[in-house]
Design a protein around this ligand. Structure first.
Ligand code: MRU
Length: 353
């Protein structure tokens, strides 16, 4: 089976799978600068919180690797300026902001050491490139923890039926995925009967990207429209919902793809466990609740047009928030690479736990 890879990094060269063209066309595009990285993130040729952070930071590597700097101060200034710019491409996902803050802290620290400019550059590049491997390892651990939790809490069901939303798989990460990683691990444990993926309007991450990944991996799967979730829960004895996250507040409130909140409400009504799967770093300990999360609003054309063809009545006004906040009280557990947390446990943790 060919490897599904959203991000290709080899010998200083960065290519991304153009997700605007999927599922029909598989085409990698070259990211040759920070501006390319910013544009690809902004127009969603690459998307998903971890992939946004990795591509943004690698685009910085592409730009600085062959550039010469007069001194360490100039390098620090360039790195800081470019990272601050990249963070503005998409504001809701915490991953790129966190990565940028950490890199700026590291760069500042290294600039004060007895190192040459090229040593300093090398250390930053090494740190950024290591993000790819760390993300993959975290995702495998998330997959294992999540699958164990769901299998443990469903001892009587030999085969499980899972709902997921948006795309949280190899296309949204460096590989394997978060919520889709949990589903992959359930499948690998022979406990998955069926995964139901929502279409995820307006950008159709479910129909275009998650469905593509599931078919690619031969995972038993069914596509539904976003408005079929209640009927599905009523009729199909769903075992659990597993979705990803763009930012989790200290009280457990979670920002994820628009539509997540309504699925959580429906899960509560139908007594279906509702899980968030995300790297520990998605928990933003600097904010107390979901009210502090900035929700990105995207162009109206994403609602009115599909592939450039207008589907909505001319003159209609649209509201297009890209994410919503699911209150902590609707969340059964937050699956991370460390363990599965109850939302109420987060308040007692710290970022470096
Ligand atoms: O707008 P997108 O496609 O970037 O939104 C993606 C999501 O909401 C994902 O669930 C989230 O980023 C986690 S991806 C592992």
């Amino acid at each position: 089976m060919s490897l599904l890879q959203a991000i290709k990094w080899s010998e200083g060269r960065l290519q991304i799978l153009d997700q605007l063209l999927l599922p029909h066309v598989t085409k990698y595009i070259e990211i040759g600068s920070v501006q390319d990285g910013y544009d690809a993130i902004k127009n969603m040729q690459v998307r998903g919180a971890p992939a946004i952070a990795i591509v943004g930071c690698l685009s910085l590597v592409v730009e600085i690797q062959h550039k010469s700097y007069a001194d360490k101060k100039a390098l620090l200034h360039d790195i800081k300026e470019k990272l601050e710019y990249l963070v503005t491409a998409r504001p809701t996902a915490v991953n790129i902001k966190l990565a940028a803050d950490e890199l700026i802290t590291l760069t500042t620290k290294v600039s004060n050491l007895e190192t040459s400019v090229s040593d300093m550059k090398e250390r930053i590049i090494t740190r950024i490139v290591s993000m790819l491997e760390k993300d993959l390892a975290d995702n495998m651990a998330i997959g294992n923890h999540g699958a164990s939790e769901i299998m443990r809490t469903h001892p009587k069901e030999s085969q499980l039926r899972i709902i997921t939303h948006c795309n949280t798989g190899s296309l949204a990460t460096s590989g394997y995925g978060t919520a889709l990683g949990v589903i992959r691990s359930l499948h690998n444990s022979n406990r998955l009967e069926q995964v139901y993926c929502t279409e995820t309007r307006p950008y159709n991450q479910g129909a275009r990207l998650t469905a593509y990944e599931l078919v690619h991996d031969n995972i038993p799967s069914t596509l539904i429209c976003d408005d079929m979730v209640a009927s599905l829960m009523k009729q199909k004895n769903i075992s659990a919902v597993v979705v990803g996250a763009d930012r989790v507040a200290r009280n457990g409130d979670t920002a994820n793809k628009i539509g997540t909140y309504q699925i959580a409400v429906l899960a509560k009504y139908h007594k279906v466990p509702f899980y968030i799967a995300a790297p520990f770093t998605t928990i933003d300990f600097s904010i107390t609740s979901g009210d502090d999360i900035k929700i990105e609003e995207r162009p109206q054309s994403e609602l009115t047009h599909i592939n450039g063809i207008r589907i909505a009545a001319d003159g209609i006004n649209c509201w297009n928030p890209a994410f919503d906040i699911t209150p902590a009280e609707l969340i059964t557990g937050i699956i991370t690479e460390k363990k599965v947390y109850k939302p109420s446990e987060l308040t007692n943790l710290r970022a470096k736990e």
